[in-house]
Write a protein that binds this ligand. Structure first.
Ligand code: SF4
Length: 150
């Protein structure tokens, strides 16, 4: 039997209601993912000590602020470091992360104006994973990921 590799995954994609609004982003293909990978679910914002539900937050340059102006950079940064530690401990070479999030987003994220406007950039956790050569996928290319590792 083929040995499954470890896949770091945003916990909300696994159906855990850890989003800022207390909802989840459960993937329809979760069963297929479980068949192909050992899933290592992580939510950097919860790991960083934030409550659920919580105020929505967006990246503003190198900082992260909530919509009411509170700077939550420290919590996001602590969560990002804990996720990186988990990834390295589990020898994760790839990660499936939630698009557009200030923590988990890859390539395109909200621009800090809270107007649903996207800009180029990564979430803080993804930035840290990329610095350690972990390959990032999002839910937008999950079928490519499944195809590649089936
Ligand atoms: Fe999902 Fe990441 Fe946001 Fe947690 S921080 S709710 S895992 S997108």
């Amino acid at each position: 039997m083929k040995r499954k590799i470890n896949l770091l995954i945003s916990e909300c994609l696994c159906g855990v209601p850890c989003r800022y609004d207390g909802k989840d982003n459960a993937l329809p293909c979760l069963k297929e993912l479980e068949a192909s990978f050992n899933l290592i679910p992580v939510c950097p914002e919860v790991l960083g000590g934030l409550d659920t539900p919580r105020q929505p937050a967006e990246r503003c340059g190198s900082n992260i602020c909530t919509c009411d102006g509170t700077d939550v950079t420290d919590a996001f940064s602590n969560g990002a470091q804990l996720v990186l530690d988990i990834a390295l401990r589990n020898n994760c070479k790839i990660a499936l992360m939630k698009a557009k999030s200030p923590s988990c987003g890859y390539k395109r994220i909200y621009d800090g104006t809270f107007t649903k406007t996207l800009t180029n950039g990564h979430g803080m956790t993804v930035e840290r994973l990329l610095n350690h050569d972990i390959e990032i996928y999002t839910e937008d290319d999950v079928l490519d990921l499944l195809e590649q590792y089936k």
